[in-house]
Design a protein around this ligand. Structure first.
Ligand SMILES: [Zn+2]
Length: 199
């Protein structure tokens, strides 16, 4: 549970798919750095809960069109491939708006610039050699078994091949299309009094 020492803040710990609040409890519901971590089968329930407890404004922030192959890792304990920093979902406008019932929104912003990209050849090589450049320093454990992720130690030949893959990525990122936004932030007025329609 988060610990915030302020007389007007009450911290709770719970499950986003079953929030311990009555319907329309909050004038403003803010949810950022969360939905990308919710397992896909629970995502719709989570978004429905956020709408249920909201009385008027709902502010959602998620990474925008994140390529979940970039900095993927492999868990040495269960052998499964993990997306970077536990991000199990990628969002574009269509997916995000559909999760919130395609409600007309008030405002959408796209903060941040400069998304690092990969390609199928680099990704294929990393996958073959256990993702040596994955985000192993992350706080988040393996999303499948809960154990801490540990950096693999590939042999010399594997390291050289992976270095080639890294070079391909470097060229791709230096010469590719212009930098795209990192996040999408959307504000809804769920009363519909103050909204635009997503085109
Ligand atoms: Zn694991």
């Amino acid at each position: 549970m988060p610990l915030i020492d302020h007389p007007r803040v009450t911290c709770v710990r719970g499950d986003i798919t079953s929030l311990p609040f009555t319907d329309r409890s909050f004038d403003l519901v803010v949810c950022t750095e969360v939905l990308e971590h919710i397992m896909p089968e629970k995502l719709q329930a989570a978004c429905s809960e956020l709408m249920r407890v909201c009385r008027r404004y709902l502010l959602i922030g998620v990474p925008y069109r994140q390529d979940l192959r970039v900095h993927a890792t492999r868990c040495v304990h269960c052998g499964k491939e993990n997306p970077t920093t536990g991000h199990v979902n990628s969002f574009d406008e269509e997916r995000l708006f559909s999760l919130f019932g395609n409600m007309p929104f008030h405002q959408a912003d796209y903060p941040g610039r400069g998304v690092y990209r990969t390609n199928r050849w680099s990704y294929g090589i990393y996958k073959r050699y256990g993702f040596p450049y994955g985000s192993y320093q992350q706080e988040e454990p393996c999303v499948f078994c809960g154990n801490r992720l540990e950096k693999p130690r590939p042999g010399v030949a594997a390291r050289l091949i992976c270095l080639f893959a890294k070079g391909l990525e470097f060229i791709q990122n230096k010469t590719g299309p212009c930098k795209s936004p990192v996040w999408i932030h959307v504000l809804w007025d769920i009363t519909g009094q103050d909204s635009l329609k997503y085109q």
